[in-house]
Design a protein around this ligand. Structure first.
Ligand SMILES: [Ca+2]
Ligand SMILES: [Ca+2]
Ligand SMILES: [Ca+2]
Length: 318
């Protein structure tokens, strides 16, 4: 799904050849709080060897039968540093040399001579912050001087909220051009609204379905909840919550909070931890792991200030 675009650079003066070990990156800084959903790039390709060879194969096979020919033609040649131009890889990074947070591939067959092509990053569910710099990295597999992708650009630094870079001979250099791109975001109502609201999810699990109760939990949880309410917090109090109740509670938090709010999460009950992974346990004995379930949820919130309190075993690993 494409929503509004935020940052873009559409001035077009030429193209770079992309093949082999060369790579390009365009950085940009969003102006809004939103979920990053994708990017359009003005790209193309030029293939000589691929086409001639493919046409030749097609001719030889034409008398054998169209079906067989189509079968052969659909086999993608794989020879990463050779003549063949193979997959185009577009990735999203937080720094020039950072890890690929998500890779999107495109087959050379889907790249025409020149077109705006969309690369979908919505699966990443990445929350962008305004004025932070992000990087779109573009790399080809295979290709050479005569078989390459075209990466279109505008001359004389037409986009001033970011830069284009080329990777060649093992180093990055900044360019005076900016690549042609349109960057899309999905607004979820998380922009700072000038009002600092306080949202608390307070959970106490005392009774467990396997009989291992955690005594006094309900009492202390209720105390925490009323203390927060008296101090002006909006509190959602969950007693003997199931795993689903906790997930719904986190959903509620995410819906309420925005960037200039304060979020508090309090859990009292059973937990467990190893050096690898901590987790909390709900009353139905369902668990939520710190590095997957909980981290994923809190990462998807925008509030600049968050307080997480775990009154549980293994909380040091959470
Ligand atoms: Ca620039
Ligand atoms: Ca707010
Ligand atoms: Ca939110």
């Amino acid at each position: 799904m494409k929503e509004e675009f935020d940052q873009s650079q559409e001035k077009e003066d030429g193209y770079f050849k992309l093949y082999g070990d060369i790579a390009y990156t365009q950085s940009f800084k969003p102006e809004k709080y939103y979920k990053f959903v994708g990017v359009d790039l003005l790209i193309g390709k030029k293939v000589i060897f691929n086409n001639v060879r493919n046409r030749l194969i097609a001719k030889i096979l034409s008398f054998i039968g169209a079906r067989l020919s189509r079968l052969i033609m659909n086999i993608q040649p794989v020879e990463p540093n050779g003549w063949w131009l193979d997959l185009l890889r577009v990735t999203f990074r937080e720094s020039l040399d950072g890890e690929d947070l998500l890779r999107v591939y495109m087959s050379p067959r889907d790249v025409p001579d020149k077109a705006w092509l969309y690369f979908d990053f919505s699966e990443l569910d990445y929350k962008m912050k305004p004025n932070k710099e992000y990087y779109i990295f573009i790399k080809a597999s295979g290709g050479n001087e005569r078989n390459y992708y075209k990466i279109f650009y505008g001359d004389n630094n037409p986009y001033d909220r970011g830069s284009a870079y080329i990777y060649q001979g093992g180093t990055w250099s900044e360019l005076n051009q900016d690549l042609c791109f349109r960057e899309y975001g999905e607004y979820e109502g998380n922009e700072p609204d000038g009002v600092t609201e306080h949202w608390a999810l307070v959970i106490g699990c005392e009774h467990y379905s396997d009989g291992r109760d955690a005594p006094y939990t309900i009492n202390s949880t209720k105390n925490v909840a009323s203390l927060l309410s008296e101090s002006g917090w909006s509190v959602s109090l969950l007693i003997d919550a199931t795993r689903n109740d906790i997930l719904n509670g986190l959903e509620w938090l995410e819906e309420q909070e925005d960037a200039d709010d304060v979020v508090l999460f309090y859990f009292s009950g059973h937990g467990s931890g190893s050096t690898e992974l901590g987790s909390i346990q709900a009353s139905d004995c369902g668990t939520l792991s710190s590095r997957r379930d909980l981290k994923y949820k809190f990462d998807s919130m925008y509030a600049e200030k968050m307080v997480l309190i775990f009154d549980s075993c293994g909380s040091g690993h959470s």
